[in-house]
Ligand binder design. Sequence first.
Ligand code: ADP
Ligand code: MG
Length: 418
Amino acid sequence: MTIPANIIASRHRLSPDMGWLLYEVTREFSSSLEIDEVLGRVLSLTVSAIKAHVGSIFLLDADGKVVRSILARKDLPSEVRDSTIGAVMEKGFGGWVYKNTQADIISDTKEDSRWHVFPDDRLVTRSVIAAPLIRHDMTIGIITLSHPKPCHFGNRQLELLEAIAGAAAMAVENASLFKRVQDERSMLKRLDTQKNEFVSHMAHDLKSPLHVIFSYVELLHQFSGLNEEGKGFVKEIRTAIERMKSLISNILDINRIGMGIESEIVPVDLAFIVKDTIKNLQGLSREKGISLASGPGADLLPVNGSPVRLGQALINLAGNAIKFTPSGGAVIIQGAIEEGRVVIRVTDTGPGIPLELQHKLFQKFSKLNQKETRIQEGHGLGLAIVKSVIDAHKGEIWVESAPEKGSTFAFSLPLSMQ
Ligand SMILES: Nc1ncnc2c1ncn2[C@@H]1O[C@H](COP(=O)(O)OP(=O)(O)O)[C@@H](O)[C@H]1O
Ligand SMILES: [Mg+2]
Protein backbone atom coordinates (compact mmCIF):
# COMPACT_ATOMS: atom_id res chain seq x y z
CA MET A 1 0.00 0.00 0.00
CA THR A 2 1.35 3.45 -0.82
CA ILE A 3 0.09 6.52 1.01
CA PRO A 4 -0.01 9.69 -1.11
CA ALA A 5 2.73 12.16 -0.24
CA ASN A 6 0.36 15.02 0.68
CA ILE A 7 -1.40 12.84 3.27
CA ILE A 8 1.92 11.81 4.80
CA ALA A 9 2.98 15.44 4.82
CA SER A 10 -0.16 16.71 6.58
CA ARG A 11 -0.04 13.87 9.10
CA HIS A 12 3.42 15.00 10.14
CA ARG A 13 2.88 18.73 9.55
CA LEU A 14 5.55 18.63 6.87
CA SER A 15 5.78 20.93 3.90
CA PRO A 16 4.75 19.25 0.61
CA ASP A 17 8.33 18.95 -0.65
CA MET A 18 9.35 17.28 2.63
CA GLY A 19 6.29 15.06 2.23
CA TRP A 20 7.57 13.91 -1.14
CA LEU A 21 10.98 13.29 0.29
CA LEU A 22 9.52 11.24 3.12
CA TYR A 23 7.42 9.31 0.63
CA GLU A 24 10.38 8.60 -1.64
CA VAL A 25 12.64 7.55 1.21
CA THR A 26 10.23 5.34 3.11
CA ARG A 27 8.98 3.64 -0.06
CA GLU A 28 12.44 2.13 -0.34
CA PHE A 29 12.60 0.81 3.22
CA SER A 30 10.53 -2.28 2.70
CA SER A 31 12.00 -3.46 -0.58
CA SER A 32 13.82 -6.20 1.32
CA LEU A 33 12.98 -8.40 4.30
CA GLU A 34 16.58 -9.18 5.19
CA ILE A 35 17.11 -7.39 8.50
CA ASP A 36 20.71 -6.21 7.88
CA GLU A 37 19.79 -5.01 4.42
CA VAL A 38 16.78 -3.09 5.77
CA LEU A 39 18.92 -1.42 8.47
CA GLY A 40 21.59 -0.47 5.93
CA ARG A 41 19.01 0.92 3.54
CA VAL A 42 17.19 2.89 6.24
CA LEU A 43 20.46 4.40 7.39
CA SER A 44 21.85 5.41 4.01
CA LEU A 45 18.53 6.78 2.71
CA THR A 46 17.97 8.76 5.91
CA VAL A 47 21.51 10.19 5.87
CA SER A 48 20.92 11.57 2.41
CA ALA A 49 17.31 12.76 3.06
CA ILE A 50 18.39 14.69 6.19
CA LYS A 51 21.54 15.91 4.43
CA ALA A 52 23.74 14.52 7.18
CA HIS A 53 27.31 13.41 6.75
CA VAL A 54 27.32 9.98 8.42
CA GLY A 55 25.06 8.04 10.73
CA SER A 56 24.60 5.00 12.90
CA ILE A 57 21.65 2.79 13.68
CA PHE A 58 21.07 0.54 16.70
CA LEU A 59 18.49 -2.19 17.05
CA LEU A 60 17.39 -2.83 20.65
CA ASP A 61 15.79 -5.73 22.46
CA ALA A 62 12.99 -5.36 25.04
CA ASP A 63 15.56 -4.50 27.76
CA GLY A 64 17.18 -1.78 25.69
CA LYS A 65 20.22 -3.88 24.91
CA VAL A 66 21.75 -3.27 21.49
CA VAL A 67 21.37 -6.47 19.47
CA ARG A 68 22.38 -5.24 16.03
CA SER A 69 24.08 -2.11 14.84
CA ILE A 70 25.65 -0.22 12.00
CA LEU A 71 28.16 2.37 13.14
CA ALA A 72 29.43 5.46 11.36
CA ARG A 73 32.96 4.19 11.99
CA LYS A 74 33.18 0.88 10.11
CA ASP A 75 36.86 0.33 10.95
CA LEU A 76 36.58 -0.41 14.68
CA PRO A 77 37.77 -3.79 16.01
CA SER A 78 34.92 -5.72 17.63
CA GLU A 79 35.91 -5.11 21.28
CA VAL A 80 36.20 -1.35 20.67
CA ARG A 81 32.89 -1.48 18.83
CA ASP A 82 31.14 -3.11 21.77
CA SER A 83 32.58 -0.68 24.32
CA THR A 84 31.71 2.27 22.06
CA ILE A 85 28.10 1.12 21.82
CA GLY A 86 28.03 0.53 25.60
CA ALA A 87 29.33 4.05 26.31
CA VAL A 88 26.90 5.69 23.86
CA MET A 89 23.93 3.93 25.47
CA GLU A 90 25.13 4.52 29.02
CA LYS A 91 26.40 8.09 28.96
CA GLY A 92 25.94 9.33 25.43
CA PHE A 93 23.23 10.75 23.22
CA GLY A 94 21.85 7.32 22.23
CA GLY A 95 21.10 6.57 25.89
CA TRP A 96 19.47 9.99 26.29
CA VAL A 97 17.16 9.40 23.31
CA TYR A 98 16.32 5.93 24.64
CA LYS A 99 15.56 7.13 28.18
CA ASN A 100 13.49 10.12 27.06
CA THR A 101 11.84 8.35 24.10
CA GLN A 102 12.32 11.55 22.19
CA ALA A 103 14.10 12.84 19.13
CA ASP A 104 16.49 15.74 19.63
CA ILE A 105 19.32 17.81 18.20
CA ILE A 106 22.81 18.59 19.49
CA SER A 107 23.67 21.91 17.84
CA ASP A 108 27.27 21.80 18.94
CA THR A 109 28.92 18.75 20.43
CA LYS A 110 31.51 20.97 22.12
CA GLU A 111 28.83 22.50 24.32
CA ASP A 112 26.58 19.56 25.02
CA SER A 113 27.43 17.06 27.74
CA ARG A 114 25.29 14.36 26.09
CA TRP A 115 27.93 13.96 23.40
CA HIS A 116 30.41 11.33 24.38
CA VAL A 117 33.83 12.01 22.87
CA PHE A 118 36.03 9.02 22.20
CA PRO A 119 39.78 9.34 22.63
CA ASP A 120 40.71 8.34 19.09
CA ASP A 121 37.66 9.75 17.33
CA ARG A 122 38.81 10.45 13.81
CA LEU A 123 35.40 11.70 12.69
CA VAL A 124 34.84 15.37 13.28
CA THR A 125 31.35 15.64 14.68
CA ARG A 126 29.79 18.97 15.61
CA SER A 127 26.07 18.58 14.84
CA VAL A 128 24.01 15.55 15.78
CA ILE A 129 20.35 14.61 15.31
CA ALA A 130 18.82 11.39 16.65
CA ALA A 131 15.42 9.73 16.93
CA PRO A 132 14.01 6.61 18.55
CA LEU A 133 12.38 3.95 16.33
CA ILE A 134 9.13 3.20 18.12
CA ARG A 135 6.70 0.33 17.52
CA HIS A 136 3.71 -0.37 19.74
CA ASP A 137 5.03 2.00 22.44
CA MET A 138 8.38 0.23 22.55
CA THR A 139 11.67 1.69 21.43
CA ILE A 140 13.11 -0.90 19.09
CA GLY A 141 15.98 1.16 17.74
CA ILE A 142 17.83 4.46 17.58
CA ILE A 143 19.03 6.28 14.52
CA THR A 144 21.71 8.95 14.93
CA LEU A 145 23.02 11.26 12.18
CA SER A 146 25.85 13.73 12.34
CA HIS A 147 27.62 16.49 10.48
CA PRO A 148 31.09 18.09 10.89
CA LYS A 149 29.66 21.66 10.97
CA PRO A 150 27.90 23.02 14.10
CA CYS A 151 24.23 24.07 13.93
CA HIS A 152 23.65 22.04 10.80
CA PHE A 153 20.29 20.52 11.77
CA GLY A 154 17.10 22.47 12.46
CA ASN A 155 13.45 21.83 13.29
CA ARG A 156 12.57 20.93 9.71
CA GLN A 157 15.05 18.05 9.80
CA LEU A 158 13.87 17.02 13.25
CA GLU A 159 10.28 16.75 12.01
CA LEU A 160 11.33 14.88 8.90
CA LEU A 161 13.52 12.50 10.92
CA GLU A 162 10.67 11.75 13.33
CA ALA A 163 8.40 10.96 10.41
CA ILE A 164 11.05 8.79 8.75
CA ALA A 165 11.70 6.98 12.05
CA GLY A 166 8.06 5.89 12.17
CA ALA A 167 8.29 4.24 8.76
CA ALA A 168 11.74 2.84 9.55
CA ALA A 169 10.44 1.23 12.74
CA MET A 170 7.71 -0.48 10.75
CA ALA A 171 10.16 -1.76 8.12
CA VAL A 172 12.55 -3.00 10.82
CA GLU A 173 9.76 -4.72 12.71
CA ASN A 174 8.56 -6.44 9.53
CA ALA A 175 12.04 -7.71 8.81
CA SER A 176 12.49 -8.89 12.43
CA LEU A 177 9.16 -10.72 12.34
CA PHE A 178 10.10 -12.29 9.03
CA LYS A 179 13.41 -13.43 10.45
CA ARG A 180 11.71 -14.88 13.50
CA VAL A 181 9.24 -16.80 11.36
CA GLN A 182 12.09 -18.11 9.24
CA ASP A 183 14.10 -19.16 12.31
CA GLU A 184 11.10 -20.89 13.78
CA ARG A 185 10.33 -22.61 10.52
CA SER A 186 13.84 -24.01 10.23
CA MET A 187 13.69 -25.15 13.86
CA LEU A 188 10.39 -26.94 13.15
CA LYS A 189 11.95 -28.56 10.10
CA ARG A 190 14.87 -29.79 12.20
CA LEU A 191 12.50 -31.14 14.85
CA ASP A 192 10.41 -32.83 12.18
CA THR A 193 13.46 -34.58 10.74
CA GLN A 194 14.48 -35.69 14.23
CA LYS A 195 10.99 -36.99 14.88
CA ASN A 196 10.98 -38.89 11.57
CA GLU A 197 14.32 -40.46 12.38
CA PHE A 198 13.18 -41.41 15.86
CA VAL A 199 9.95 -42.94 14.59
CA SER A 200 11.66 -44.93 11.87
CA HIS A 201 14.30 -46.25 14.28
CA MET A 202 11.61 -47.24 16.71
CA ALA A 203 9.53 -48.94 14.03
CA HIS A 204 12.62 -50.81 12.84
CA ASP A 205 13.50 -51.88 16.38
CA LEU A 206 9.98 -53.18 16.92
CA LYS A 207 10.25 -55.36 13.85
CA SER A 208 12.77 -57.88 15.20
CA PRO A 209 11.07 -58.84 18.50
CA LEU A 210 7.82 -59.00 16.57
CA HIS A 211 9.46 -61.39 14.13
CA VAL A 212 10.52 -63.64 17.03
CA ILE A 213 6.99 -63.65 18.45
CA PHE A 214 5.62 -64.40 15.01
CA SER A 215 7.98 -67.38 14.50
CA TYR A 216 7.00 -68.95 17.84
CA VAL A 217 3.32 -68.41 17.17
CA GLU A 218 3.76 -70.20 13.82
CA LEU A 219 5.39 -73.09 15.68
CA LEU A 220 2.52 -73.12 18.20
CA HIS A 221 0.05 -73.09 15.33
CA GLN A 222 1.60 -76.30 13.96
CA PHE A 223 1.93 -77.83 17.42
CA SER A 224 -0.33 -80.90 17.68
CA GLY A 225 -0.84 -80.75 21.45
CA LEU A 226 -3.25 -77.75 21.34
CA ASN A 227 -6.96 -78.21 21.91
CA GLU A 228 -9.58 -76.21 19.99
CA GLU A 229 -9.63 -73.38 22.53
CA GLY A 230 -5.83 -73.11 22.38
CA LYS A 231 -5.95 -73.01 18.57
CA GLY A 232 -8.50 -70.18 18.82
CA PHE A 233 -6.13 -68.19 21.06
CA VAL A 234 -3.23 -68.70 18.64
CA LYS A 235 -5.40 -67.46 15.80
CA GLU A 236 -6.20 -64.28 17.72
CA ILE A 237 -2.49 -63.68 18.39
CA ARG A 238 -1.66 -64.17 14.69
CA THR A 239 -4.31 -61.63 13.65
CA ALA A 240 -3.04 -59.13 16.20
CA ILE A 241 0.54 -59.58 14.99
CA GLU A 242 -0.55 -59.07 11.37
CA ARG A 243 -2.23 -55.82 12.38
CA MET A 244 0.86 -54.66 14.23
CA LYS A 245 3.05 -55.50 11.24
CA SER A 246 0.86 -53.47 8.94
CA LEU A 247 0.87 -50.54 11.37
CA ILE A 248 4.69 -50.61 11.52
CA SER A 249 5.06 -50.79 7.77
CA ASN A 250 2.56 -47.92 7.34
CA ILE A 251 4.51 -45.76 9.78
CA LEU A 252 7.76 -46.56 8.00
CA ASP A 253 6.11 -45.76 4.66
CA ILE A 254 4.81 -42.37 5.78
CA ASN A 255 8.27 -41.41 6.99
CA ARG A 256 10.04 -42.63 3.88
CA ILE A 257 7.65 -40.91 1.49
CA GLY A 258 7.88 -37.71 3.54
CA MET A 259 11.65 -37.76 3.15
CA GLY A 260 11.40 -37.92 -0.67
CA ILE A 261 10.84 -40.40 -3.47
CA GLU A 262 12.89 -38.71 -6.22
CA SER A 263 15.00 -41.81 -6.84
CA GLU A 264 11.91 -43.91 -7.59
CA ILE A 265 10.49 -41.67 -10.34
CA VAL A 266 10.03 -43.25 -13.81
CA PRO A 267 7.45 -42.93 -16.62
CA VAL A 268 4.28 -44.69 -15.46
CA ASP A 269 0.97 -45.50 -17.14
CA LEU A 270 -1.71 -44.98 -14.50
CA ALA A 271 -4.23 -46.87 -16.65
CA PHE A 272 -2.12 -49.97 -16.06
CA ILE A 273 -1.99 -49.29 -12.31
CA VAL A 274 -5.78 -48.92 -12.25
CA LYS A 275 -6.19 -52.33 -13.96
CA ASP A 276 -3.67 -53.91 -11.62
CA THR A 277 -5.41 -52.50 -8.53
CA ILE A 278 -8.78 -53.84 -9.70
CA LYS A 279 -7.24 -57.26 -10.29
CA ASN A 280 -5.65 -57.28 -6.82
CA LEU A 281 -8.80 -56.22 -5.00
CA GLN A 282 -11.29 -58.32 -6.99
CA GLY A 283 -11.20 -61.18 -4.42
CA LEU A 284 -11.83 -58.83 -1.49
CA SER A 285 -14.70 -57.00 -3.18
CA ARG A 286 -16.38 -60.25 -4.28
CA GLU A 287 -16.11 -61.55 -0.72
CA LYS A 288 -17.95 -58.42 0.48
CA GLY A 289 -20.52 -58.56 -2.30
CA ILE A 290 -19.41 -55.32 -3.92
CA SER A 291 -18.86 -54.81 -7.63
CA LEU A 292 -15.49 -53.31 -8.53
CA ALA A 293 -14.80 -52.08 -12.06
CA SER A 294 -13.12 -49.35 -14.06
CA GLY A 295 -15.24 -46.61 -15.57
CA PRO A 296 -14.99 -45.31 -19.14
CA GLY A 297 -11.81 -43.31 -19.66
CA ALA A 298 -8.58 -42.90 -21.58
CA ASP A 299 -6.53 -46.00 -22.49
CA LEU A 300 -3.25 -44.35 -21.69
CA LEU A 301 -2.64 -42.16 -18.63
CA PRO A 302 1.05 -41.28 -18.73
CA VAL A 303 2.65 -39.60 -15.70
CA ASN A 304 6.09 -39.54 -14.11
CA GLY A 305 6.19 -41.19 -10.74
CA SER A 306 6.92 -44.10 -8.51
CA PRO A 307 4.84 -47.09 -9.70
CA VAL A 308 5.05 -48.74 -6.29
CA ARG A 309 3.90 -45.63 -4.40
CA LEU A 310 1.14 -44.78 -6.89
CA GLY A 311 -0.08 -48.39 -6.69
CA GLN A 312 -0.05 -48.09 -2.90
CA ALA A 313 -2.10 -44.87 -3.10
CA LEU A 314 -4.71 -46.42 -5.34
CA ILE A 315 -4.93 -49.62 -3.28
CA ASN A 316 -5.58 -47.50 -0.20
CA LEU A 317 -8.34 -45.45 -1.86
CA ALA A 318 -10.03 -48.45 -3.45
CA GLY A 319 -9.49 -50.51 -0.29
CA ASN A 320 -11.30 -47.84 1.77
CA ALA A 321 -14.13 -47.66 -0.76
CA ILE A 322 -14.63 -51.43 -0.50
CA LYS A 323 -14.17 -51.47 3.29
CA PHE A 324 -16.68 -48.72 4.04
CA THR A 325 -19.33 -49.56 1.42
CA PRO A 326 -22.05 -51.94 2.57
CA SER A 327 -22.59 -55.19 0.71
CA GLY A 328 -24.53 -54.82 -2.57
CA GLY A 329 -22.80 -51.54 -3.39
CA ALA A 330 -20.40 -50.60 -6.18
CA VAL A 331 -16.94 -49.09 -6.51
CA ILE A 332 -15.75 -47.55 -9.77
CA ILE A 333 -12.23 -46.38 -10.58
CA GLN A 334 -12.07 -43.94 -13.43
CA GLY A 335 -9.07 -42.33 -15.11
CA ALA A 336 -9.24 -39.31 -17.42
CA ILE A 337 -7.10 -36.57 -18.93
CA GLU A 338 -8.41 -33.12 -18.05
CA GLU A 339 -6.70 -29.78 -18.73
CA GLY A 340 -3.25 -31.28 -19.09
CA ARG A 341 -3.54 -33.45 -16.00
CA VAL A 342 -4.27 -37.08 -15.32
CA VAL A 343 -7.22 -37.40 -12.94
CA ILE A 344 -8.12 -40.60 -11.10
CA ARG A 345 -11.48 -40.88 -9.34
CA VAL A 346 -12.49 -43.65 -6.95
CA THR A 347 -16.26 -43.51 -6.47
CA ASP A 348 -18.28 -45.63 -4.06
CA THR A 349 -21.92 -45.99 -3.02
CA GLY A 350 -20.99 -46.03 0.66
CA PRO A 351 -22.18 -43.90 3.60
CA GLY A 352 -20.54 -40.65 2.43
CA ILE A 353 -18.73 -38.15 4.63
CA PRO A 354 -20.26 -34.91 5.94
CA LEU A 355 -18.49 -31.72 4.86
CA GLU A 356 -17.47 -30.75 8.41
CA LEU A 357 -15.47 -33.98 8.84
CA GLN A 358 -13.75 -33.93 5.46
CA HIS A 359 -10.81 -31.73 6.55
CA LYS A 360 -9.71 -34.45 8.98
CA LEU A 361 -9.56 -37.19 6.36
CA PHE A 362 -5.94 -36.82 5.29
CA GLN A 363 -4.45 -36.30 8.75
CA LYS A 364 -2.45 -39.08 10.39
CA PHE A 365 -4.33 -41.43 12.70
CA SER A 366 -7.67 -39.86 11.89
CA LYS A 367 -10.56 -42.22 11.94
CA LEU A 368 -13.83 -40.39 11.62
CA ASN A 369 -16.25 -40.95 14.42
CA GLN A 370 -19.13 -41.81 12.10
CA LYS A 371 -21.29 -44.69 13.18
CA GLU A 372 -21.19 -46.21 9.68
CA THR A 373 -17.41 -46.45 9.49
CA ARG A 374 -15.95 -46.53 13.00
CA ILE A 375 -16.54 -50.26 13.51
CA GLN A 376 -14.12 -51.07 10.67
CA GLU A 377 -10.62 -51.81 11.80
CA GLY A 378 -7.69 -49.66 10.72
CA HIS A 379 -5.20 -47.18 12.13
CA GLY A 380 -6.28 -44.11 10.19
CA LEU A 381 -2.97 -43.91 8.32
CA GLY A 382 -4.12 -44.97 4.84
CA LEU A 383 -5.28 -41.57 3.56
CA ALA A 384 -2.28 -39.83 5.17
CA ILE A 385 -0.06 -42.16 3.13
CA VAL A 386 -2.08 -41.44 -0.03
CA LYS A 387 -1.73 -37.70 0.55
CA SER A 388 2.00 -37.88 1.13
CA VAL A 389 2.41 -39.97 -2.05
CA ILE A 390 0.39 -37.47 -4.09
CA ASP A 391 2.24 -34.50 -2.49
CA ALA A 392 5.58 -36.13 -3.30
CA HIS A 393 4.39 -36.30 -6.94
CA LYS A 394 3.39 -32.62 -6.90
CA GLY A 395 -0.20 -33.67 -7.40
CA GLU A 396 -3.47 -32.67 -5.81
CA ILE A 397 -5.93 -34.76 -3.86
CA TRP A 398 -9.51 -34.02 -2.90
CA VAL A 399 -12.78 -35.59 -1.91
CA GLU A 400 -16.35 -35.02 -3.03
CA SER A 401 -18.86 -36.56 -0.71
CA ALA A 402 -22.09 -36.07 1.21
CA PRO A 403 -23.91 -38.30 3.70
CA GLU A 404 -25.86 -41.06 1.96
CA LYS A 405 -24.58 -39.91 -1.44
CA GLY A 406 -21.40 -42.00 -1.52
CA SER A 407 -17.87 -40.64 -1.86
CA THR A 408 -15.45 -39.83 -4.65
CA PHE A 409 -11.78 -39.62 -3.69
CA ALA A 410 -9.81 -38.10 -6.55
CA PHE A 411 -6.27 -37.04 -7.31
CA SER A 412 -4.60 -35.37 -10.26
CA LEU A 413 -1.00 -35.48 -11.47
CA PRO A 414 0.77 -33.57 -14.23
CA LEU A 415 0.39 -35.37 -17.57
CA SER A 416 3.72 -36.62 -18.88
CA MET A 417 4.38 -35.40 -22.43
CA GLN A 418 6.85 -38.09 -23.48
N1 ADP B 1 -14.66 -44.29 0.98
C1 ADP B 1 -14.94 -43.87 2.23
N2 ADP B 1 -16.23 -43.72 2.66
C2 ADP B 1 -16.50 -43.27 3.91
N3 ADP B 1 -15.57 -42.95 4.83
C3 ADP B 1 -14.27 -43.08 4.47
C4 ADP B 1 -13.88 -43.53 3.16
N4 ADP B 1 -12.55 -43.53 3.09
C5 ADP B 1 -12.11 -43.12 4.30
N5 ADP B 1 -13.13 -42.84 5.14
C6 ADP B 1 -13.04 -42.34 6.52
O1 ADP B 1 -11.73 -41.80 6.71
C7 ADP B 1 -11.07 -42.47 7.79
C8 ADP B 1 -9.59 -42.55 7.50
O2 ADP B 1 -9.29 -43.43 6.45
P1 ADP B 1 -7.86 -44.10 6.38
O3 ADP B 1 -6.85 -43.04 6.57
O4 ADP B 1 -7.77 -44.93 5.16
O5 ADP B 1 -7.80 -44.99 7.68
P2 ADP B 1 -8.42 -46.42 7.99
O6 ADP B 1 -8.80 -47.06 6.69
O7 ADP B 1 -7.29 -47.14 8.68
O8 ADP B 1 -9.57 -46.17 8.90
C9 ADP B 1 -11.75 -43.80 7.90
O9 ADP B 1 -11.63 -44.35 9.18
C10 ADP B 1 -13.18 -43.45 7.55
O10 ADP B 1 -13.84 -42.92 8.67
MG1 MG C 1 -7.73 -47.07 4.93
